[in-house]
Design a protein around this ligand. Structure first.
Ligand code: MV4
Length: 450
């Protein structure tokens, strides 16, 4: 087992990883930027190294600075968390060069899934269902239009270097196609330095259902059931839950097997997520694979009673898994509490938290790095807490979530708590009747004058 893990991240996930390391008897090293000096991950880690200024490119995204921190602290492994360098194959490669373990998949596995066309081709070979489309990079407008005629409009243009919804364009008819493709290429070039795009049939009003998988170093892969992440706004997830209200034992069997095939196809090592779109008929299609621990992992932890960070560290250390799949026996839901104003187009609301009281009680979990007196810096992600509830049924889980949201007090900044309170009362949401475009027609409400 590792003796000392450097956590190449900040915020709640850095704290989350430190907690598990402590329970496993592993020493921890925090890294931090100057604005994060007063953060809890710095306080709770055994050692902490300041690696640079607030701007991410010179701190949490700087591979040389992080490797310097690894060297001076003598860490034998790095945990990347999510975001920042978690899916950077160069960083994983650099860890190998330094003779330390990157807690996650191999650089090759990261690269394979990072390029969306390669990922899709790999899945087709593995027999995992994918959306019909160009089956590779689009060469020119003429051949692209031929693909469109074969599959029919609407179509979606995606960047091969993209992911998470970045650089996508939906096209409804032939006459707008050329302009949209040019814009998609330009956007992709600007955002990723790669203008490669591909085309798929656009699946209307799908659900986003993802499977948590785990693979060990000996070729075993298992699934830990699904999470429904359909409640999102501008590709930012706001609520996740497990099981999906749409799931049936038969569909779970088929999707779970597909997720395992996806993992086995690349000999996946570590915890990962296979994302699917599911249409109203229950047909499902591979979208992307995330080769990291995800923000919403606690939802799975709660329904199967696992510590996924612990399992992730164990497989990284070469411990084999049982290979058994896990099916939820409870219902869990996570609300992301962001420092944003839901009444003002979710505008970021950084600043000092003057009053703070976390929800508590049976079946309530709050993963957060903030506290009364903490200042939310404007430089990073706006998520400040994850409120996770679990109960016997979905209905009880929502009731508990309403109670927990009502007692969550965060003063001094705006948060997404009022949005979640409104969502929990929505009849369609309560009935499990939603898809990925649900929030496009949601009335977020007006700010009340007291
Ligand atoms: C799609 C799609 C519909 N049809 N692909 C978004 C993120 C990435 N994981 C894949 N995404 C989608 N791919 C096909 N063929 C719908 C989404 C999608 C989405 C699209 C537009 C606006 C919001 C969305 C939210 C979730 C998924």
């Amino acid at each position: 087992m590792f003796k000392k893990i450097l956590i190449a991240n900040r915020g709640e996930i850095a704290l989350r990883i430190i907690r598990t390391c402590k329970e496993m008897g592993i020493k921890t090293v925090a890294i931090y930027s100057t604005v994060d000096k007063e953060s809890l991950h710095v306080r709770f880690a055994d050692e902490a190294v300041c690696i640079g200024p607030a701007v991410s490119s010179e701190s949490y995204l700087s591979i040389p600075r992080i490797m310097a921190a690894v060297e001076i602290t003598n860490a034998d492994a790095v945990h990347p968390g999510y975001g920042f360098l978690a899916e950077n194959s160069d960083f994983a490669e650099m860890c190998i060069e330094y003779g330390i373990k990157f807690i996650g998949p191999t650089p090759e596995q990261i690269r394979l899934m990072g390029d969306k066309i390669t990922a899709k081709e790999t899945m087709i070979k593995a027999g995992v269902p994918t959306v019909p489309g160009s089956g590779g990079l689009v060469k020119d407008v003429k051949s692209a239009l031929k693909t469109c005629q074969e599959i029919g409009f609407p179509v979606i243009i995606k960047a091969t270097a993209g992911g998470g919804g970045k650089g996508m364009r939906v096209v409804w008819s032939e006459k707008e196609f050329e302009t949209q493709m040019e814009m998609a290429r330009k956007e992709a070039k600007a955002a990723f330095g790669n203008d490669g795009v591909y085309i798929e049939k656009y699946v209307e009003e799908p659900r986003h259902i993802e499977f948590q998988i785990i693979g060990d170093q000996y070729g075993k892969v298992a699934h830990l059931s699904e999470r429904d992440c359909s409640i999102q706004r501008r590709h930012q997830k706001l609520v996740e839950e497990s099981p999906s209200p749409f799931m049936t034992p038969e569909l779970r069997e088929r999707m779970g097997n597909a997720a395992i095939s996806a993992g086995k196809a690349i000999n996946y090592e570590g915890v990962g997520t296979v994302e699917f779109l599911v249409d109203k008929y229950g047909d499902f299609y591979f979208m992307e694979m995330n080769t990291r621990i995800q923000v919403e992992h606690p939802v799975t932890e709660e329904v199967i009673d696992w510590d996924l960070i612990k399992e992730q560290i164990k497989v990284a250390a070469g411990i084999p898994i049982s290979g058994k799949n896990y099916i939820p026996q409870l219902h869990a839901m996570e609300c992301r509490i962001n420092a944003e104003d839901p009444f003002n187009d979710f505008r970021p609301s950084p600043g000092k938290i003057t009053g703070f009281h976390s929800s508590k009680g049976h079946g309530v979990r709050v993963d957060t790095h903030v506290y009364a007196g903490y200042t939310v810096p404007p430089y990073y992600d706006s998520m400040i807490a994850k409120l996770i509830c679990k109960a016997q049924t979905r209905e009880e889980c929502i009731t508990k979530m309403e109670r927990a949201l009502d007692e969550f007090i965060i003063e001094g900044i705006k948060t997404t708590v009022p949005f979640h309170q409104k969502l929990m009362k929505n009849e369609d949401f309560r009935n499990g009747n939603f898809h990925t475009r649900f929030l496009e027609n949601f009335d977020f409400g007006q700010k009340k004058n007291h």
